[in-house]
Design a protein around this ligand. Structure first.
Ligand SMILES: Cc1cc2nc3c(=O)[nH]c(=O)nc-3n(C[C@H](O)[C@H](O)[C@H](O)COP(=O)(O)O)c2cc1C
Length: 380
């Protein structure tokens, strides 16, 4: 029997079960979120990461990423930025335009390009800078009723663990909740997430919800994470890639309903085609179908369709061709044993995380990292 969880409070909004779709750059755009929401209405689905500087400077590309559908009554967005002033201005801008209902801040980006300049996962090392970013965003958000949450990793590596301090600083600065991706930046996406860090953070941070993130592939993993760590809710990343019905399974699991079997390939293909249609309507067919190629491999993961078919899907160039390819597959195929747990999306790690020269000698300073290099990166 799983511990009964309280709804997640984000401002005046209550979310139950406390399940959040993780922001994933290049993935969690409006068509993907809407599809996930069909399976799990009422949960939090976070938009792709958006650059605070891009927003403030009126970048067209950033603007086009700020897109919510009519079904999105609770609009959630992740902001990236390492400059307190830019972040505060971006929150004001979003608030004045009544563009969002919740903002998450990304402090976990491990990309070498970013950390080399002191941005992303390097920011939590500079506690004063971190505090200034979070408290500025919280103060600005409060003027418009926008709650601010923060998502971060365990630290740079095992010698530079920052997550407990980061959690405490976010709590003191007025964040509504925090989420820990239980890996260091050096781990990148491998090896496994270290849920014991979530438990440690939960012990330390008493007054705001602590959400756990990392390696929830099936609904049972979420229940286990809650049991093992005491966390107040879960954040779902790669587990839902090609498997948006994971959100239905999570609602079932937290409601005490027995798990459903993973759908046969036919049902998966029907969802895949709907997703492709929606993405092409959103981005235009040419761009949409190219962007969709990665999704085909995620939808087919675990189904024994053969390497040649996978390759053909990965080169698909129109919606019509996608439907033709789907029509060639045996709809009765079932997923292989353990197929749900095959890692998708990013899988590599560890990586070498580079900090600016002398960065660790001046951890109290407030030098603002240059965010220019982070544009078009895949965030977390
Ligand atoms: C394709 C991809 C893009 C991501 N982009 C972001 C991002 O923009 N912001 C962020 O905070 N995390 C990002 N992440 C990290 C996820 O939000 C999540 O923390 C990570 O995948 C661990 O959870 P998981 O093990 O459930 O996948 C990304 C992950 C993937 C796979």
């Amino acid at each position: 029997m799983t511990r009964q969880l309280a709804p997640l409070a984000l401002g005046g909004h209550r979310v139950w079960p406390p399940v959040v779709l993780a922001p994933m750059a290049g993935v969690t755009n409006q068509p993907f979120r809407s599809l996930c929401r069909e399976f799990g209405p009422g949960l939090v689905y976070v938009n792709e990461m958006i650059m605070a500087t891009g927003l403030v400077h009126g970048s067209r590309k950033t603007r086009t990423m700020l897109h919510f559908g009519p079904d999105e009554s609770f609009r959630s967005l992740q902001l990236y930025g390492s400059d307190p002033e830019m972040m505060t201005r971006a929150v004001h801008l979003l608030g004045r335009e009544e563009a969002v209902d919740h903002i998450d801040i990304n402090f976990g980006c491990p990309a070498p390009k970013v950390t080399r300049r002191g941005g992303g996962a390097a920011v939590p090392l500079k506690r004063n800078l971190l505090r200034a970013i979070v408290s500025g965003a919280v103060e600005a958000g409060a003027q418009y009723g926008i709650p601010i949450t923060c998502k971060f990793r365990m630290g740079i590596d095992d010698d530079l663990l920052t997550f407990v301090d980061t959690g405490l600083i976010c709590e003191e600065s007025g964040a509504a909740a925090i989420a820990l991706h239980a890996r260091t930046a050096t781990q990148h996406y491998a090896p496994s997430a270290r849920w014991e860090a979530i438990a440690e953070l939960k012990q330390a941070v008493k007054s705001i919800p602590v959400l756990g993130n990392g390696d929830i592939w099936e609904a049972a993993d979420a229940l286990r994470m809650v049991e093992e760590t005491g966390c107040d809710g879960v954040v779902i990343g790669r587990g839902c890639l090609g498997r948006p019905w994971l959100f239905r399974d999570l609602v079932d699991a937290f409601s005490g309903t027995s798990p459903r079997v993973t759908p046969p390939l036919g049902e998966v293909l029907d969802v895949m085609l709907r997703h492709a249609d929606a993405l092409c309507a959103h981005l235009g067919e040419d761009r949409g179908i190219r962007d969709f190629r990665k999704h085909t491999s995620w939808y087919l993961t675990g189904y024994p369709v053969g390497g040649e078919m996978r390759r053909r899907f990965s080169e698909v160039s129109s919606l019509e061709q996608l439907a033709q390819l789907a029509g060639m597959l045996d709809r009765s195929l079932v997923i292989v044993d353990g197929g749900e747990r095959i890692a998708r999306g990013h899988t590599n790690g560890p990586i070498k995380v580079v900090l600016p020269e002398g960065y660790l000698d001046h951890l109290d300073d407030m030098t603002v990292p240059d965010d220019a290099a982070v544009v078009a990166l895949s965030g977390g």
